[in-house]
Ligand binder design. Structure first.
Ligand code: NAG
Ligand code: NAG
Ligand code: NAG
Ligand code: NAG
Length: 362
């Protein structure tokens, strides 16, 4: 076979193995479901809204609802936590609805959500959302019970001893064991990880001297569970055994270098079949790595030029569907377009056992 034919052959093999995404929705710009009636307490949010500044940040799925947080680094964003339906009857893409309601998104009211940074859906229908707060409002962890009418189950305010002064919370993963659920949260401002115990309603920090973290992914719960850590401002990935994180007391955790990605990973996720997915700053692809094997970066998805700082965000649902948003900024920031894509990967998130694995379709 000539090298040319061999190349075509390899390429077609690649296409046959490629995951096929379908487009669920496409938006030229996002609109909100605005408060109705004479609710003046929300203020002039509609007038201040700047659609061009919507930057989808983190994502989670529950039933037929998709939850998204917005980056609040840009002005004119009315709510940092919203939801939309995963399917619709109309051809028009859905509007964004505040979660749980507009009442929870009052600016500078510290009992409201100021800046959702990261989110995770647990197997019992609870949505966990770290909130970075702002200059006046303390950082918090919100837990909403979606099975029980979206009620607020817990609001944990991180004490000064855990997070003091400046911080930049990013990303959360959940470690469920028979007797507790722990949350691990990254703070890319400080050289530590934050741990929260639901049972004790208590948080603590674990030092990681010399290193700060941006993205987190947890392996499925089979024996030696590991937390994978994307280093802040770097292509490097590390891991730490969760047993290093379970005790408070300000001890330092031993992190192990795993490998270097092709770019700086800002988002990571592991499914229950041990596949780690990663998205990178300014790159038009998503990579994967089977964590049961030595570190090897492989393409999972790739498109043409997108030109966006954070082009993707993604989450898995309980049916083994991988949901992903894509931002296309190739024609400029103000002309950015968004898509919601989905593909069957046949595995749920790391929070589910392999015994509940779904058969790969297709
Ligand atoms: C993806 O679509 C291509 C073209 O329709 C098809 O040949 C391939 O088998 C599909 N791959 C999977 C994993 O379904
Ligand atoms: C997952 O499947 C169940 C049962 O078929 C369905 O009710 C649910 O809406 C599906 N979830 C999503 C996100 O499509
Ligand atoms: C759920 O919340 C809605 C809106 O607040 C309320 O009208 C309804 O009564 C609640 N349902 C239950 C079962 O609590
Ligand atoms: C990951 O690697 C292990 C060990 O080689 C293998 O048994 C497993 O099938 C792989 N998983 C996937 C999803 O490819």
């Amino acid at each position: 076979m000539s090298p040319f034919l061999a190349a075509i052959f390899l390429f077609s093999l690649d296409v046959a193995n490629a995951i096929n995404f379908t487009t669920v929705y496409e938006w030229d710009k996002f609109d909100f479901i605005w408060p109705s009636g004479a609710d003046t307490s929300i203020g002039q949010i509609k007038d201040e809204y700047k659609p061009g500044n919507v930057y989808l940040d983190y994502m989670a799925i529950f039933g037929e609802r998709l939850f998204i947080s917005h980056d609040m680094g840009f002005p004119g964003i009315p709510a940092s936590l919203v939801w939309l339906p995963t399917s619709g009857t109309s051809t028009a893409p859905p509007k964004l609805a505040p979660f749980p309601s507009w009442e929870f998104h009052k600016k500078d009211m510290c009992e409201s959500i100021q800046k959702a940074k990261g989110m995770e859906m647990d197997a019992d229908g609870r949505l966990w959302v770290p909130d970075d707060g702002n200059g006046r409002c303390r950082p918090k962890l919100w837990i909403f019970d979606l099975v029980n009418n979206d009620t607020t189950e817990r609001v944990h305010q991180f004490p000064d001893t855990v997070i003091s002064g400046s911080r930049y919370l990013r990303d959360i993963v959940l470690d469920k064991s028979p007797d507790d659920s722990l949350a691990y949260i990254a703070d890319s401002y400080s050289e530590h990880l934050i741990v929260y115990s639901r049972k004790m309603d208590k948080s603590w920090s674990v030092k990681t001297p010399g290193r700060k973290w941006e993205s987190l992914a947890l392996s499925p719960n089979r024996g030696a569970r590991k937390l994978y850590l994307g280093r802040y401002g770097s292509r490097e990935m590390y891991s730490v055994s969760v047993s290093e994180l379970k005790n408070g007391g300000g001890s330092a955790a031993a992190v192990n270098f795993i490998g270097k990605w092709t770019e700086y990973p800002y988002r990571m996720l592991i499914d229950c079949a041990n596949v780690l997915y990663a998205a990178f700053r300014y790159e038009n692809y998503v990579s994967k790595w089977n964590i049961s094997e030595p570190f090897l970066e492989q393409r999972f998805y790739e498109v043409g030029e997108l030109g966006a700082l954070w082009p993707f965000t993604f989450a898995l649902d309980t049916n083994g569907t991988f949901w992903m948003t894509q931002r296309n900024e190739a024609k400029g920031w103000s002309k950015s377009r968004h898509k919601l894509l989905k593909a069957a990967v046949g595995a749920r998130s790391y929070l589910f056992d392999t015994s509940t694995d779904l058969k790969l379709r297709g």
